[in-house]
Design a protein around this ligand. Sequence first.
Ligand SMILES: Cc1cc2nc3c(=O)[nH]c(=O)nc-3n(C[C@H](O)[C@H](O)[C@H](O)COP(=O)(O)OP(=O)(O)OC[C@H]3O[C@@H](n4cnc5c(N)ncnc54)[C@H](O)[C@@H]3O)c2cc1C
Length: 416
Amino acid sequence: MSQTESYDAIVVGAGPAGAAFTLHAQRLGLRVLLLDKARFPRDKTCGDALSGRSVVELDRLDLLPAVRSLPGAPIRRLVFGSPAGDTVSVALTPPARPGQPRAAATAAEGYVVPRLHFDNLLFCRAQAAAYRCESGLTVHDLEWQDGRATGVRGVNSRGEAVRFRGRVVIGADGFSSVVARRAGLYAHDPQHWMVALRCYYEGVAGLDDQIELHFVDEVLPGYLWLFPAGQGRANVGIGMNHADLKRHGVDLRQALARALALPRFAARMAAARPLERPVGWNLPVGSRRRPAVGEGLMLIGDAAGLIDPFTGEGIGNSLLSARLAADTAFQACQADNVSAGFLRRYEDTVWAALGGELNTSTRMHRLAHRRWLVNLVIRRAARRPEISAAISAMLLDPDDRRRLLDLRFYLGLLFG
Ligand SMILES: Cc1cc2nc3c(=O)[nH]c(=O)nc-3n(C[C@H](O)[C@H](O)[C@H](O)COP(=O)(O)OP(=O)(O)OC[C@H]3O[C@@H](n4cnc5c(N)ncnc54)[C@H](O)[C@@H]3O)c2cc1C
């Protein structure tokens, strides 16, 4: 087993969270070792949608021009479909506000960029920013000293056992995080976990500059998605809460096939051809606060379970958690203190930033169990432009989004 030099931070996983951590940490002057078991470019099962927070965080990393030039599709509208088959199209473009800060000005942009390309861009940038980067290296365990994580152990691409020492370990290794497991922080509860299938298609008709979420009976309150993925392709998928899936005995492959065969999609799918067998993966949602720090370590992105429970979006929150963890790692190195007590400020800051929004989304997800309510909102919004404009504003502004939980909003729909 080879023993190598020591680093300020060892980052396990070079997906969006690990790559963004590395970029922020490099700006702060930290020596980062970045490790990933995969070799890039690699695929990641995803809807590939980058909206709202993803765009804002990418802008902070000066990555937007590069992201815009990747294969994919710009998004200007969101389309919601109800179980009854009504649809409403909501514009993503907010009214121009003079003097708006740069980050807020980009929040209404959206893109769908296949993760094969998106993650490769982030990985290449992070590779260049890291003090050292190794792909094809699988981390199997943490190294400990006096109850504190001091490094990682794994096997490199040549099959050799390797170990590294670092002042702080960052678990950016996704849903099945080995860092979270070894630190005793891994806890997946079916109530706080979604499963979803993705299938790339070509030849889906009617996909332009919109992403479409259709609340279909097959997976309610989950949804079927149809996203343009550029180059004549579509990212099509379906997902739902794991506990609901078990309770109703749903087979997601059959649910996807049945949903796409609904009369409302039949014409659009008539010339469509799948480019793969549907592939599934897990979404750890932030409908409860999970511990994200331990002695000498922090979890970011999916390893910390920060996906939006209503929309299923996780990239933006991964990027944000990476930025906040890099700030804390910098402070911890300055203070020479990587105790869980010191690192807790990272977890507190993440939940201060995201907790309210994740709570709203959790409650919206619960509301969406009521089929009649989803039908009512989408039917009324489809017929009244002022309602779809209000929903657009609420979706773009997390603070405004809380109005979607206000009973008065629904009474207005019923009697307004
Ligand atoms: C079907 C589906 C659809 C989704 N759609 C969207 C969407 O449209 N928009 C959106 O914003 N979010 C979406 N999400 C969520 C999004 O994919 C995740 O939130 C996001 O990928 C989290 O990034 P991450 O960097 O934390 O983890 P990941 O992207 O999972 O990256 C983890 C990295 O860690 C590496 N790794 C894992 N274990 C080890 C190990 N032991 N040693 C070394 N390396 C390791 C992996 O190879 C990988 O590169 C979707 C998720 C699913 C499953």
